[in-house]
Design a protein around this ligand. Structure first.
Ligand SMILES: Cc1cc2nc3c(=O)[nH]c(=O)nc-3n(C[C@H](O)[C@H](O)[C@H](O)COP(=O)(O)OP(=O)(O)OC[C@H]3O[C@@H](n4cnc5c(N)ncnc54)[C@H](O)[C@@H]3O)c2cc1C
Length: 391
């Protein structure tokens, strides 16, 4: 094993949102010297964005729009740069028709004759009088046959083929939390999210991270693979640095199965492959993101000059192909949440909780499908724990 010295009070693994927010807290609130090790050659984790060779801001790891219901998370993120309101709109191409995604009343008009469409809308409004949306799972569970048939239509045309590509497994094997992510709006509303705070950075996500990390007590070291230096002691209750005891707190935002290599099953993740294209045209598609449930191989296309709106000539877009995750070959984007994978994760979690002075959080370490606001909330919760436990 290579060796590496640390001159800091705390070590953080991973410079994504989780690691950066915790670093800022330790540096600012607890006056700790923090070093962050990041294996990639850039900060910002999966939120990293940059200007491509055509001057268009693109998101390297897929389209990101920040949204939350919680004012304190909105206030927190606004401390670190200017944000603009941004209401994401998406389309889905089904049977050759571009319909709003998430589905809404326009979708019903797009696929049914006017009388049938009216019947479905009436039944939905009657069944959910005080609601603006429901999930496809709820519609399935409804005893009204008109509603059930509509849910079946959406499931067969969109959800089943999309899920098969996105997750590489049959929808029945997935945790219902995934099915619950697919809403249907009972109106002509076209906003993708219904959260009161929907924003995007005025400059870039990466500039927000520069601002979070801009503190004298924080040092970021890029292209450092933490597991080249860190390991778990044979007894499982200490972290070792270069094979020796380490007496500073470690906050780990990587995957737990990687940390405990060889102690059990690898946790399944789904990865993505982006096919980047540039064309000398003003517009490629009518929304920033278009889903293609029925297309061969790919799931969606993101046109970046629309996320946020950029007044530039030409357009860059990325075609998204879900693929299996292979360590060292691609990125672990989405945890594949099945009964088995969650049981395997629970074992790693119980190992990790036994290690002294060791903390973990984030979408990888928690093995959860967190949106940015959930990631932020979890990181801020861990900060409070650190405040009471780190001297
Ligand atoms: C395609 C896609 C689209 C998304 N779109 C949205 C969206 O529109 N809205 C939204 O709210 N959320 C979205 N998200 C979720 C959002 O990206 C996450 O909530 C957030 O980025 C998670 O931050 P994190 O710090 O926990 O993880 P990450 O961003 O993954 O950061 C972890 C970092 O740790 C590093 N690391 C791991 N192990 C090691 C190691 N051993 N040594 C050194 N470094 C290590 C990794 O390289 C990585 O940089 C999307 C996610 C994906 C994948």
């Amino acid at each position: 094993m290579d060796s590496k010295l640390i001159e800091a009070d705390c070590l953080i693994i991973g410079c994504g949102l989780s690691g950066s927010v915790i670093a800022r807290f330790l540096a600012e609130e607890l006056d700790k010297r923090v070093v962050i090790w990041e294996r990639r050659n850039h900060i910002a984790g999966n939120m990293y964005d940059f200007k491509d060779s055509h001057g268009i801001l693109v998101h390297k790891y897929g389209p990101h729009a920040f949204h939350t219901k919680k004012e304190y998370l909105y206030d927190y993120i606004n401390r670190f740069g200017d944000w603009n309101p941004f209401y994401l709109t998406c389309l889905a191409k089904i049977d050759g028709i571009f319909t709003p995604s998430p589905f809404n009343f326009q979708t019903i008009d797009d696929f049914y004759l006017p009388e049938e469409a009216k019947e479905i809308k009436d039944h939905l409004l009657l069944a959910y009088p005080d609601r603006q949306r429901a999930t496809i799972l709820e519609l399935f569970e409804n005893s009204d046959i008109v509603i059930k048939n509509f849910a079946k239509f959406l499931f067969e045309k969109d959800y089943r083929p999309y899920t098969a590509k996105q997750w590489g497994i049959d929808p029945s094997k997935l945790d219902t939390s995934i099915l619950k992510r697919v809403p249907i709006f009972f109106s002509y509303d076209r906003e993708y999210f219904d959260d009161p705070y929907q924003i995007i950075p005025q400059e870039s996500y990466t500039s927000i991270f520069h601002s979070i990390l801009n503190h004298n007590n924080i040092r970021v070291e890029l292209e450092v693979e933490a597991l080249d230096y860190l390991s778990v002691s044979p007894g499982g209750n200490e972290m070792l640095l270069n094979g020796n005891d380490i007496d500073i707190p470690i906050i780990y935002t990587g995957a737990l199965d990687e940390l405990f290599q060889g102690s059990g099953e690898s946790l399944p993740y789904r990865s993505l492959l982006f096919d980047w294209k540039y064309e000398e045209i003003e517009s490629f598609q009518d929304a920033p993101v278009v889903a293609y449930p029925q297309a061969e191989g790919f799931t969606r296309i993101t046109e970046y000059k629309k996320l946020p709106v950029q007044l530039v000539h030409g357009t860059t877009y990325a075609i998204e192909y879900p693929v299996d995750y292979k360590v060292a070959e691609n990125e672990p984007y989405y945890p594949v949440l099945t009964e088995q994978s969650q049981a395997d994760y629970a074992k790693y979690k119980s190992f990790a909780e036994k290690i002294r002075n060791f903390y973990f959080c984030g979408r990888l370490a928690d093995y959860k499908y967190y949106n940015m606001d959930q990631t932020l909330e979890r990181a801020l919760e861990l900060c409070q724990k650190l405040k009471s436990e780190i001297i």
